[in-house]
Design a protein around this ligand. Sequence first.
Ligand SMILES: Cc1cc2nc3c(=O)[nH]c(=O)nc-3n(C[C@H](O)[C@H](O)[C@H](O)COP(=O)(O)O)c2cc1C
Length: 192
Amino acid sequence: MEKTELHVDATCFLRKTYKIPSDVDKLSQLAYKCDMNTIILYATKYGATRQIAERLAEKMGGAIMHDLRQGDAPSLDSFEFVILGSATYAGSIRKEAKTYLSRNACSLLEKKLGLFLCGLEEEKAKENIKTNFPQELLQAARAVSLLGGVFDPNKASAPERFMMKLAKKHEGYWNTIDDSRIESFVKNMKAV
Ligand SMILES: Cc1cc2nc3c(=O)[nH]c(=O)nc-3n(C[C@H](O)[C@H](O)[C@H](O)COP(=O)(O)O)c2cc1C
C-alpha cells in the first residue's frame, strides 16, 4: 500500500481498510508496520482544520490523522513527528485540543513537534498562539504557525454569522488557507 493512501481518518483507516475494530493501540501498531512516522492530531468544528491537516499530511509524505473529537488518540510511542492543530473560536482553541495538550505535554516534549492554529485573525495570531499553547511546548516545537482558516456562511449558525459581521471580519465566504505557510511549516518540521 502506498504511504499516501493512508491519509485517512484514523477510525476509518482501521474499520474500512483493515476491517478491524477501532482500537487505538492497534492503530499505532499499524502505523509502525507501515513505516508511518507522523501523526496529525486535530480539533475542528466545520472542517477547515482537517483540510489543513490533510495538506500537511500530504507534504509530510503520509501521516496518520486523528480527530480529537473522536475519542482517545493513539499512543505516540511509534511516531517520530507529532503535529497538533486546532480551530480558533473567540481567541481559544477547541476544548478537545486544550485537554489533550494538558494531559500529554510530557509525551509531546519527546517528539519532533509542530503546533498550528486554524483561524482568520492574522493580527492576533501571535497572541492566540501564546495564550493557547503551553510555553514549554512552544519552546520545544520545530514549527508553530497560524495556517489560515475558512469562514463559510452556509455552514455557520445565525449567531456565528452575526458575530462575524459585528466584528467586521467578513460577510461572505472567506478562505485564507495558506499553502506557502504549510510548506514552510513542513520544511521546519523536517529540518535536520
Ligand atoms: C464565531 C466565530 C468566532 C471566531 N473567532 C476567531 C478568533 O478568535 N480568531 C481567529 O483567528 N479566527 C476566528 N474565527 C475563524 C475560525 O477560526 C475559522 O472559521 C476556522 O477556519 C474554523 O475552523 P474549523 O472549520 O476547523 O472549525 C471565528 C469564527 C467564528 C464563526
